[in-house]
Design a protein around this ligand. Sequence first.
Ligand code: DHB
Length: 392
Amino acid sequence: MDTQVGIVGGGPAGLMLSHLLHLQDIEAVIVEARSREKLQTEVRAGVLEQGTVDLLRETGVGERMDQEGAVHHGIELRFNRQGHRIPLSDLTDGREIMLYGQHEVVKDLISTRLDAGGQIFFEAEAVGLHDIETQKPTIRYRHDGQDHELRCDVIAGCDGYYGVCRPSIPSEIRTEYERRYPFGWFGILAEAPPSSEELIYTLHERGFALISTRSPEVQRMYFQCDPDDDVGNWSDEQIWKELRVRTEVHDGWALEEGPIIEKGIVGMRSFAVEPMQYGRLYLAGDAAHIVTPTGAKGMNLAIRDVRTLAEALRAWYEKGRTDLLEDYSNTCLKRAWKAQRFSWWMTSMLHRFPDDEGFQHNLQLAELEYVTSSQAAATSLAENYVGIAFDH
Ligand code: DHB
């Protein structure tokens, strides 16, 4: 089988790329190892930056998001048993964020692609890339128990951290940067009303906690835990107690509780690869970089990568220009490192570090007091949180 752009991976990056290419009359085929059902139900983060929201709307996939998502104009930082609001929109000329689950975005993109005749092979596992240094690279994959080959002009590696694409860049050319953290996030979904109109990020002596939301009926919450912990070690009552203790304030605010319908532990790491391209292979999203979840940048960054790639491919197919494709890695890496910095900074400010004897905790409180009392510092947080401009 032949196509123009072979996309490995049908997460947000692969799906959005195929959608953008379709709007530019460029043909693409997605090869995705997971089932459609799994992609559409996997619980991931749920904060969309203004730029992501705009892109979804402009390209015709924002309708359900606008009906079911919730626009937020601020977040709360909580420490020393007190909340402090960061007015994101006031500090960023009215920019806002949207609370809408990543798997909902995935669902919308899949149906939009399939309705437009897009080709997505689900449960098709890519086993290797070949000839990526030539003008006809191929993706080998297994589907329905048979081996297949997809010949393309270009391969987009959107297959996540564990996929086959990144290791296809020869190791002499590839530099990988990684930082691991001595904690994870215990995440739950609960059937309960919202506890707050805005997200609450809190630092407590026992560690980080985050109160987020998915809908008026379903809430998403996280608390810092041992990365090797097991969800089975925690009863629902222990989970609520931990969340209550960490989010407690002086003013009588109370956490809304209800049946827990989902539990999981999220790992915490920062990762980046340079370069993000080799021959006719271009990496996007988690295949190229992982950011810590604090600030929910992961999917937003993936969407920015593929927007850049789609623009570069358009210039190449329509005008024969190669400059944007040649710059792809540099353009994306500059942005990705800024998202790394912000996510690392939020993570460092808001978590308890196991080997800290108090010095770091006091620095964290100083940082939080600074961010919540200085307009300059709050503005820096806000512009990163809503997403810095696409071309910066
Ligand atoms: C959510 C996840 C995040 O990592 C974050 O910073 C904010 C919200 C969420 O899943 O709702």
